[in-house]
Each structure stands twice: as structure tokens, then as C-alpha cells.
Write a protein that binds this ligand. Structure first.
Ligand code: AMP
Length: 112
């Protein structure tokens, strides 16, 4: 499949890995928008949040457990933001489900 993040999972494209297990991969964003900016993705190809189903939704709980552990390790005790962009109007540029985790600075609201 011609998917950038599937290629990262397969090791065909290098990434700066933070965490990996049999289900998920976390790696630093190549174009960071905050002092800490990493992505957590399922290894299974799920195109976007609209494709979460009763059959695959367990991975979402696991991703949020991984995020909780990583923000603790990275000492983002003052807070952080989790972002999922879905679809063209949602600003998604890579069609493989991913959660951005941003921290290390104050976040504004509403997002752009
Ligand atoms: P989105 O726009 O929500 O689909 O987010 C895609 C993110 O992937 C962007 O923040 C990009 O900077 C990031 N990105 C694109 N290519 C790579 C790569 N090779 N390694 C790490 N992050 C990437």
C-alpha cells in the first residue's frame, strides 16, 4: 500500500521512534509545531477516525494508554494537547490514522 505511515511502520522510511509495540508506533513529527510534538499511530492501516469500528476500536484505548505513559516519561506535567485531524476539511494530510501530541508551550483556542 502506498501509505507514508505504513512505510514508516515497515521501516522503509526512517523515523525518530519514541515507542513501539506490536500494535502501535510513536515517533517525533518531522515538522514540529511545539517544543514536544510526536505522533502515535496504529500499525494497522486505518485511514482516519471515520473508519473506527467495533472491530478495531480497541486500538484507540491502547493508543491513549501509550500517550499517558509517554507524556509522563517526557514530563509534560503542565499539560499537552492531543489532536486528530480527519479528512480534507479537518486538515488531514496523511491518510493513516494518527494522534498528534503537542506540549512544552501554552496552547491557544480555537485552533486554526
Ligand atoms: P496531519 O496533517 O494531521 O495529517 O499530520 C501529518 C503529520 O505528519 C504532519 O504534522 C507532518 O509534519 C508529519 N509527517 C509527515 N511526514 C513525516 C515523516 N516522514 N516523519 C514524521 N512525521 C511526518
Amino acid at each position: 500500500m502506498d501509505c507514508l505511515f505504513c512505510k514508516i511502520v515497515a521501516g522503509e522510511i526512517p523515523s525518530k521512534k519514541l515507542y513501539e509495540d506490536d500494535q502501535v508506533l510513536a515517533f517525533y513529527d518531522v515538522d514540529p509545531q511545539a517544543p514536544v510534538h510526536f505522533l502515535v499511530i496504529p500499525k494497522e492501516h486505518i485511514a482516519c477516525a471515520s473508519e473506527i469500528t467495533p472491530e478495531n476500536s480497541q486500538i484507540i484505548a491502547h493508543i491513549f494508554e501509550v500517550i499517558a505513559n509517554l507524556v509522563s516519561t517526557l514530563k509534560l506535567a503542565d499539560g499537552y494537547r492531543i489532536v486528530n485531524n480527519c479528512g480534507v476539511q479537518g486538515g488531514q494530510s496523511v491518510p493513516h490514522l494518527h494522534f498528534h501530541v503537542l506540549g512544552g508551550r501554552d496552547m491557544s483556542w480555537p485552533p486554526g
